[in-house]
Write a protein that binds this ligand. Sequence first.
Ligand code: PMP
Length: 423
Amino acid sequence: MDLDFDRKHIWHPYSSLIDPPPVYPVARAEGVRFFLEDGRGLIDGMSSWWCALHGYNVPELNRAAREQMEKMSHVMFGGLTHEPAIELSRKLVDITPAPLQRVFLADSGSVSVEVSIKMALQYWQSQGKSEKNRLLALRNGYHGDTFGAMATCDPVTGMHHLFASHLTQHLFAPAPRPGFDQPCGDEDIAELRQVIEENHNQLAALILEPIVQGAGGMRFYSPEYLRRARALCDEFDLLLIADEIATGFGRSGKLFACEHAGISPDILTLGKALTGGTMTLAATLCTDRVAEGICRGEAGVFMHGPTFMGNPLACAVSNASIDLLLAGPWRERVNAIEGQLREELAPLADSPAVRDVRSLGAIGVVEMHEPVDMKRVQEALIERGVWLRPFGRMVYAMPPYIINPEELSQLTTAMVEVLAAEG
Ligand code: PMP
C-alpha cells in the first residue's frame, strides 16, 4: 500500500496532514481480527468504533449484501419504496420502545442527530411555539461532528470555540454524577431541574446519550437519573431525544440503553451497529405525536431527504444483522463479556497511573490520571496482537460480541500489561 500517498493526501479522523499520525495498513478482516498487510492479526477491541457486533466477514451479512446487490444496490427513496426499507423499519418499530412508530432512514449517525433536531424544531413550530427552539444537552455528551450535532456536544471536548460564529448556542446541564449502580437523589438532578425550570419556554428538547456517555468521557450513569430526566421533560413539556447511536443493539447489556430505566424517548437516533458495521446507515425514530405534529405544521412535511436515504443495500444488510443478533444468545454473551472485563481489568485499579476501572455490558473502560501517549500505547498493544484507540485519559474496549474468552483474555492482558507500566 502506498502509505506515502496516504500521509500526504488523505485525511483520517481528527488528523493532521502536516504531522500525520501513523496509520496501519489493513488487508482483510475475519472474525474478531483484522489483518495488517504484513500478515499480523489484531483483535479489534473497538469493534471499529462500536459497529462490528458480529465481527468481520460474516457470512450472513455478506450473503444479504450479495443477494441485494443482484437485485438493486440503490434506488432513490423519493416517490419510491422497497422491501428492505419496509422490513427494516418494521423491525425497528418492533424492537424499540413501543411509542416509537415512525422511522426516518438517514445516512450516518451525525445526520440522524441533525434529523432529530429538525424534528424537535419543526414539532414546536407546528404547535405555535416557535420560541421553543433551543436544545438542552449534557456536559461530556457527544452527538456527532456536523454543525447541528456538534452544537449539542460538550463545548470543551467539542472545541466549540473554533466554530463559535457558526454554532447554535444551546444550553448545557452538568454531566450526570451518580454512577450506574448508584441511586439518584433530588440533589443529583437539581441542576438539570433548575435549567429546565428556568428555560423551558425556549427549550425544544433535551438530548442525551442514555446510560453511557461515549466519546465525551466513557461515563456510565444511573438509570434513575434517566428516569428523572424523562419525568422532567414531561413536567416541563420538552421532547426527549435519546441518542443510542453507540449504545443501541445490546452494547450496554440491554438491547437499547433506555431499557435500563424503562423509559421511552420521543425521538431516538440509531446508527453504528445498525448494519453490523458493514456499511453506513442510521435511523431516527419518533412517536406518532411528534410525526403528526410536524406534518400538521406550516411545511406540511418533514424537511429532510438525503440522496441515499433508505439505501436498499444497507437496509438489507441491517435486516440480516438484526436477525442474526436476535437469533443468537447476545444477552448471555454481553453479560459474559461484562463479567470477564470486570474481573480481568480489576488489577489495574491498584495501578498508580489509573484513576478508575469500570465495565458495563460489552464496554470496559480504564480511566487514567493523565492523557496517554496514543502512539506509544497503541504500538505496545499491537505488539500484543490487540487494536485499541485510546483518547485522552481513556483506554477502553468494546469488542465484537462473538469474542471468545481466550481472545478477550488476550485483549485484557494486553491492556493490563501496557497500562500497568504507565506512570
Ligand atoms: N452520537 C453518538 C453517541 C456517537 O457515539 C456518534 C459517533 N461516535 C455519533 C452520534 C455520530 O455518528 P457518526 O460518526 O456516524 O456521524
